[in-house]
Ligand binder design. Structure first.
Ligand SMILES: *Cc1c(COP(=O)(O)O)cnc(C)c1O
Length: 398
């Protein structure tokens, strides 16, 4: 009998569908903004990473359109060959100034940053120590490294210290040690104790790498991120990594740190060297996003006003909203089925918020993860609170 070499494609997909673990894509017709058209229904967007509403900001849109006029739609190459335009360099200079770092480097995405840089920072004879709840792009970056790997308990400096102590007994001794953590954890909205991690790194001579994808535009002075939030020195946090795809409202990964770091990173990261550079419109929109953060502090302020109000009302109504310290607010309901029911009912009531279920979170900690947006009005936030309360009562969550 002839064997069909691709029969597994349908088989594995069908398994996902029957376990209800397949992604059912919901389509936006038009922009991502507080009120979206999701498949013909007008919904309040509560699960976008566009924290500050910048994806539709007129200055970003204008900058993108103008860059198409002056520079075309594509860069034509990878950065090291012929794909570095004046705009790319301008963006990196602007970003370094914004981050108050010596230098910055822009990658195509945050995923490409983590997967391209981490395996270069630590290889054979080195050790990478990672928070157990780090983002998948960090996990993949760590997997690509030939170094040893260790995990410490989520957000637990004492456990990190234990791992560092064990590493010191390792023979032959490690050449380099890299500690890596998310800045803000995207499922619970908690902040990594980066001050204590940085102190441990300093005490043990380890590099410290923070992925601040959910802290930028949110934490620190004017949304500068977690390093600013904790007033840390770049002597203690060696790699500050982030993305333009979340609060900045566009797309693109980046790192900030020393000039030595940037020179090393762009000469070594395979994702940076071997993949086409950003089109001019993307770069120009990112530059405009930094300018907006510098000149219009009201967006970050507004994000926090909305966040505080929402958390207070939700906790007051009796919801379990975990221990988030950021605009990510989980609404924890227990079993997966209940989280799905709540999400479906919210959808009917006009709120778009997706369930996060096992295996992304523990089986009994299924939740709706909400993400606040600075562009929401008081009325919008009130609308969401009312919808959650109504659905919560109907489903006997409250
Ligand atoms: C979203 C995210 C990334 C990936 O960033 P992209 O630019 O979207 O590829 C990396 N790390 C963390 C913690 C994230 O939340």
């Amino acid at each position: 009998m002839e064997r069909d070499p691709v029969s597994f494609l349908r088989g594995e997909y069908d398994q996902l569908v029957s376990a209800e673990l397949d992604w059912k894509l919901r389509t936006l017709y038009g922009p991502s903004q507080p009120w979206c058209n999701v498949e013909g229904k007008r919904l309040l967007m509560f699960c976008s990473n566009n924290y500050l509403g910048l994806s539709t900001h007129p200055k970003l849109k204008e900058a993108a359109i103008e860059a198409v006029r002056t520079h075309g739609v594509g860069s034509g190459s990878v950065r090291p060959i012929a794909g570095t335009m004046d705009l790319h360099l301008q963006l990196e200079e602007r970003l370094a100034r914004f981050k108050q770092a010596e230098a910055s480097l822009v990658y195509q995405t945050g995923f490409a940053t983590n997967s391209g840089l981490i395996p270069q920072l630590a290889g054979e004879g080195d050790l990478i120590i990672s928070d157990e709840l780090n983002h998948g792009s960090i996990i993949d970056g760590v997997r690509l490294s030939k170094g040893d790997k260790a995990v410490y308990r989520h957000g637990d400096p004492a456990d990190l210290e234990r791992v560092l102590g064990e590493a010191e007994k390792h023979a032959p001794s490690y050449r380099r040690i890299l500690i890596i953590t998310d800045g803000v954890f995207s499922m619970d909205g908690d902040i990594a104790p980066l001050d204590r991690i940085a102190a441990l790194g300093r005490a043990h001579g380890a590099m410290v790498y923070v992925d601040d994808a959910h802290g930028e535009g949110v934490l620190g002075e004017g949304g500068r991120g977690i390093v600013s939030h904790f007033h840390l020195s770049r002597k203690d946090v060696h790699v500050e990594m982030g993305t333009f795809s979340k609060a900045f409202g566009v797309v693109g990964g980046h790192i900030s740190g020393s000039r030595d770091l940037v020179n090393f990173a762009y000469n070594k990261s395979r994702t940076w060297l071997l993949s086409g550079s950003h089109p001019p419109a993307v770069v120009a929109a990112c530059i405009a996003a930094i300018e907006v953060l510098e000149k219009e502090p009201q967006h970050v302020r507004r994000l926090w006003e909305n966040t505080t109000r929402f958390k207070k009302a939700m906790a007051g109504a009796g919801f379990d909203i975990g221990h988030s310290e950021t605009p990510i607010t989980p609404v924890i309901v227990g079993e997966s089925r209940r989280a799905k029911q709540l999400s479906d009912r919210l959808f009917e009531l006009g709120v778009f918020a997706l369930p996060i279920i096992f295996p992304m979170v523990a089986k009994d900690r299924a939740r709706i993860r909400t993400i606040m947006n600075a562009a929401m009005t008081d009325e919008d936030v009130g609308f969401a609170i009312d919808a959650f309360t109504k659905a919560g009562r109907e489903l006997k969550i409250l």
